[in-house]
Write a protein that binds this ligand. Sequence first.
Ligand SMILES: [Zn+2]
Length: 258
Amino acid sequence: MAWVLVIASLFSLWIISLCKVLLLSRIPFAKRFTQNGRAFRKRNVLLVIAHPDDESMFFTPTINFLTSKGHNVQILCLSIGDADGKGNIRKQELFQACVALKIPMQQVKTVNHPDLQDGFGKVWNHSLLAKIIEEEITSRCIDMIITFDNYGVSGHCNHCDVHHGVCKLLHGTLQRDLEVWELVSTNLLRKYSGPVDIWLSMFWAMLNSNGTMQCLVNEHSRRSFIAMAQHSSQWVWFRKLFVTLSSYTYMNTLKKVQ
Ligand SMILES: [Zn+2]
């Protein structure tokens, strides 16, 4: 009997948390994230990822927040995800996913560099990454970068290298008004707690009242599933389970890189 109570409690907590996410998605509480203490201005945001599908698996709440507020979101994907020889297919899938995420195809760029190939154990040169990213921010007049933190959500070495490449660029660039935000990696329990993580995410964001940590709630959680489903070659049962259970489907906590 006890286990029935536990399951019923967990189910209730899931539903209550989901309602909280839906409610919060209608409140513009994260205004300071893009306004930086000033009146509204349209930001040119570059989302820097390692593989096609990173945007749909991890960053959908951020993308939905930015596009719904009228900001210009561009994506730089630093590999075509060719670990299984499906790079060209995955590249096309990224474009389809971006259509679902309301990002025009001309604002999406993939890099297929011989020294930046998808895979565990493939070390990506941080100076090379910084150079490629700098070319993008210059040519597209980017004033905000969003990327992984130093654990990269899943611990994938390519995600971590992207983070270090962005940091190298930030410390070397002369562009002083460039803002960089990283997606905070959480522990396993929080990562697979779906909408339930909203309580802790909001608590951490509130503790940092100076605005250096922001919790962005997904305004269209269903869009995470639709976008990820465009990655047909990756849309297997365990990724369907991941998108359902992952807190990254429902919210993103972003931390400003100083
Ligand atoms: Zn990835």
